[in-house]
Design a protein around this ligand. Structure first.
Ligand SMILES: Cc1cc2nc3c(=O)[nH]c(=O)nc-3n(C[C@H](O)[C@H](O)[C@H](O)COP(=O)(O)OP(=O)(O)OC[C@H]3O[C@@H](n4cnc5c(N)ncnc54)[C@H](O)[C@@H]3O)c2cc1C
Length: 868
């Protein structure tokens, strides 16, 4: 497989190798070891003059890891577990650097590393299927595979402050610290920045400096690290079975074995919440606070409880109230910027020679020859420390001039944000891999675990190509676009986009604002990567004597929260509803409903009854908190005409009420099989007539009425619109049909594709129809509205269909049929959703924007001017 018969000098003084790896940190070292073990010729090129990466460059005072060293270490070599002993819970930079040096020595890695060598360009040669890699030393290496192990946090950000190079005193970057150290004794020191590096270094600089001034733009959440010797309990747990411990880390969310509770922060009492936060605070574990409750990174109100707890801790430590308040983060939810753990960080601000300058109030105007000028003051310094962070995740990659197929530059391809398949590869750049690249868990995890996973995946991939006589691998555009979508879908259901963080690229002026890492977790990510391989490298195209071949496709198509819900339900091993009697199914539906979040508060809720077609029907009225009178939405619940009630769809109705700013009257109707077809439709129409006639008494605006329904309720809403048209009233302003039943034909492709696995199954739909209507009756337009001869003059409609729903195609067909009949219709297909997605308020967060569209559609039906 060697590019030209193994390593050695090729034509024109160029050398040919199987693999060139850039970077000799945690990633590059392990990759070199693996590649060598597999018999590949490989070289690592490293701009530093030794191994270590992050731990080579970041020698600032106080630099240490903040994931416990037991976890933040290699697992590939079991001997390391016994021969290396961490002296502290969080090892210092020198100790981690020694560790990496030890690994390099033990595995004799240095002989294949070229130090003090910066890679400046890499160009893909399509004709030869090789990369041409150039360095600042002028040489060129040709290689079959080119791997960037250049680190997520390796390119320090140049400070965007005027006059930064004017200062005549000494200035230092935390990410490029001098090897001989810096003596701050008796000096006047300014530190710019309050991120992780600043939080670690400030307390130590303060011990030496005569004066220390900290310039803060964004305060950070930090908690005491309680550093010390490795905890005996943790060590014992690890030593009991290191292999099992490591395996648990590989299949954990963050790369560290942790118990994640199922409850949300607002589901427990204030005392319980406080107690759990106190325990997390006392633990000194970076990951403990964010994993106290299940919803801290998705629910703003839940997150705020933790924020306020941590702010109160700051207020209790820092004596000057103004300084304390300035140190309290208020502009971002906890966890959406990288939180810190510290040793005496906040206490340092109580020292008389330490002061904080809040740049939000008093911004830096310029750096001068003698110090720093802010809008209000001038400061004189002997030393300025720039703790201004990194051009994270993409910076070091695009700093190299990488040219792929057809002369495409990677920097151009990524001009609007990085685009990758699995965070490992990118379309148009064959045989190119990134370790911990954008679109992988990387910085949101214990990186030692994520690095090993990537190294193993890439090494195994290259080895498997060799075995199959394949020489070129490239992700397909389809697979890549879908992965980017999946990464964004995950980001969108979290609070991360709310923060101006380096996770979002927001710390670098001009950098596109996209969520860079993959938030789905190390475990789910690993599963996706494994499944890609199991499915014959799904989404990759191969060339070579053994090819060409390509199994194109998409590895993750469901919305992430839908996938999690289905995973959770699968573990419950629930019986199928079609195996139950109607009574059992009803009881089961009630029990399931009791478990879910309640939905938003509304102004008022009233339970009452109204006359149906054959007796009283219960209804529940939801009134908005805004002053009335309001338009009215008559709503019909789902449940296959067999079960469901005003209770079953309560959260959805609350949500609809809030988003539409209309009264929602959720009406029960008689259920099959006791009251079969056409009882439900007749009750629906009777209810709508009654609501229209009694609008004023209900607090509504007479003459402003819409209908809405979900599933079988969508069927009733659709039918009612036609009955009202034919009966000459009442007038209906609009209809919102959410994944409606519109036809009795159960053979459409969506029935076949989604027959099973997405909660509403084809057998369950059959069970519903069997209870509701005799086969001869099912084609009646009162049961199958799609079969109506005339669909013209119906109210304007929003028809919502979900991709993984047996009912998808009949909903689409109904929207198309109404549109063909001249009805104003908007069809909203929902990518990655299932039949039950949209009514699962506060469970399926990705459904919220679609529910907002439903609310908007209703408001538009009622005449409000709402942007489409
Ligand atoms: C101060 C600090 C503390 C951290 N603490 C933790 C922690 O506790 N837990 C955790 O999980 N992660 C932590 N991280 C993240 C850390 O970066 C990773 O854990 C890990 O060290 C990354 O290893 P790497 O080999 O992928 O990249 P790096 O260690 O960044 O190594 C990349 C190497 O590539 C070289 N390079 C880059 N471009 C070129 C080029 N063009 N030519 C030649 N060489 C090049 C660089 O010189 C560098 O040596 C921390 C990061 C920092 C900055």
């Amino acid at each position: 497989m060697a590019a030209q018969n193994g390593s050695g000098n090729g034509e024109h003084g160029a050398r040919d190798l199987d693999v060139v790896v850039v970077g000799a940190g945690f990633s590059g070292l392990y990759l070199l070891h693996r590649l060598r073990g597999l018999g590949f010729s490989a070289k690592v090129l490293e701009s530093a003059d030794d191994v270590g990466g992050t731990w080579y460059w970041n020698r600032y005072p106080g630099a240490r890891c903040d994931i416990e060293s037991i976890d933040y270490s290699y697992s590939f070599d079991p001997e390391l577990e016994t021969e290396w002993h961490w002296s502290e819970r969080y090892a210092t930079q020198p100790e981690i650097l020694r560790y990496l040096g030890h690994v390099a020595d033990k595995h004799d890695l240095r002989r294949d590393i070229e130090f003090s060598t910066r890679v400046v360009s890499a160009r893909w040669d399509d004709a030869a299927s090789l990369w041409h890699v150039r360095t600042d030393r002028g040489g060129e290496i040709r290689c079959r595979f080119y791997v960037m192990a250049t680190g997520c946090l390796s390119l320090p950000k140049t400070p965007d402050i005027e006059g930064a190079d004017r200062f005549r005193g000494a200035s230092y970057y935390t990410g490029r610290w001098p090897h001989e150290g810096v003596d701050f004794t008796g000096k006047r020191v300014g530190v710019i920045g309050t991120g992780s590096s600043a939080v670690q270094s400030i307390p130590i600089i303060a011990q030496q400096a005569a004066q220390l001034t900290v310039f803060q733009r964004t305060p950070n959440f930090s908690r005491p690290a309680h550093n010390g010797p490795v905890s005996p309990a943790k060590k014992a747990r690890f030593d009991a079975d290191p292999a099992a411990y490591r395996e648990a880390a590989r299949w954990s969310g963050a790369g560290v074995p942790l118990e994640i509770p199922l409850e949300g922060a607002l589901q427990v009492s204030a005392e319980e919440r406080e107690a759990r936060y106190e325990a997390a605070y006392a633990s000194g574990d970076l990951l403990a606070a964010g994993s106290t409750f299940a919803d801290l990174l998705s629910n703003r109100a839940a997150n705020e409880t933790l924020c306020e707890f941590l702010r109160n801790k700051i207020r209790s430590i820092v004596r000057d109230p103004e300084t304390a308040e300035a140190l309290c983060p208020k502009d971002h939810p906890y966890g959406t910027k990288r939180p810190c753990i510290d040793t005496n960080y906040f206490e340092t601000y109580n020292l008389p020679h330490v002061r904080l300058v809040d740049l939000r109030k008093d911004p830096i105007t310029t750096i001068t020859e003698t110090g720093i000028d802010t809008a209000a003051r001038s400061f004189e310094f002997d030393i300025i420390v720039f703790a201004t962070g990194f051009d994270a995740m993409t910076g070091a990659i695009v700093a190299v001039d990488i040219t792929g197929r057809g002369g495409q530059e990677l920097a151009d391809k990524w001009a609007h944000g990085p685009v990758t398949y699995l965070g490992l590869t990118t379309h148009g750049f064959p045989n190119f891999f990134m370790l911990t690249g954008p679109g992988s868990p990387s910085v949101l995890s214990n990186m030692a675990v994520s690095i090993e996973q990537h190294v193993d995946w890439v090494s195994d991939c290259i080895a498997s190509m060799r075995d199959q006589d394949l020489t070129v691998i490239e992700p397909t555009a389809t697979a890549e676009a879908a992965w980017v979508q999946h990464v964004n879908d995950y980001g969108d259901i979290t609070l991360f986009p709310l923060a101006n963080s380096w996770y979002m690229g927001a710390n670098v002026p001009g950098k596109p604002r996209v969520f860079l890492p993959y938030i789905g977790g190390v475990d789910r990510y690993r599963k996706a990567c494994d499944e890609v391989v199991e499915q014959d490298y799904l989404g990759f195209a191969f060339e070579g004597p053994g090819g060409p071949r390509c199994h194109d496709g998409v590895i993750r198509r469901l919305q992430p929260d839908v996938a999690i819900l289905l995973e959770t339900m699968a573990t419950l091993d629930l019986p199928t509803m079609e195996s139950m009697s109607p009574e059992e199914a009803r009881a089961f539906s009630v029990a399931m409903s009791a478990e879910r979040p309640p939905g938003p508060d509304v102004g008022e809720i009233v339970d009452a009854t109204l006359p149906g077609a054959a007796g009283e029907l219960a209804y529940r009225l939801y009134r908005p908190a805004s002053p009335g009178p309001h338009p009215i939405v008559a709503y019909f619940h789902g449940g296959g005409w067999v079960f469901g009630s005003v209770d079953s769809d309560d959260p959805f109705c609350r949500d609809l009420c809030v988003r539409s700013d209309a009264i929602v009257v959720s009406v029960d109707y008689r259920h099959a099989p006791e009251a079969p077809f056409p009882a439900a439709a007749d009750d629906g129409f009777a209810a709508v007539r009654w609501i229209a006639a009694n609008a004023e008494a209900l607090g509504g605006e007479p003459g402003r009425l819409a209908v809405c329904g979900w599933s079988a309720g969508g069927n009733i809403a659709a039918v009612v619109c036609r009955l009202a048209r034919d009966a000459g009233g009442p007038r209906i302003d609009g209809q919102v049909l959410v994944t409606p039943v519109t036809d009795c034909d159960l053979t459409r492709p969506s029935y076949v594709e989604n027959a099973d696995g997405y909660i509403l199954t084809a057998p369950l739909m059959r069970w519903f129809w069997d209870h509701y209507a005799d086969p001869a009756e099912r084609t009646d337009p009162k049961a199958s509205p799609l079969r109506a001869a005339d669909l013209s003059r119906l109210p304007p409609a929003l028809v919502v269909t979900c991709e993984f729903d047996p009912l998808r195609d009949e909903g689409t067909a109904y929207a198309e049929a109404m549109a063909a009949a001249g009805v104003e219709v908007r069809h909203r297909p929902c990518r990655g959703h299932i039949h039950t997605s949209l009514t699962a308020v506060d469970m399926i967060l990705s459904g919220a924007p679609i529910r907002e569209e439903m609310g908007g559609a209703l408001r538009r039906f009622f005449g409000a001017s709402v942007p489409a």
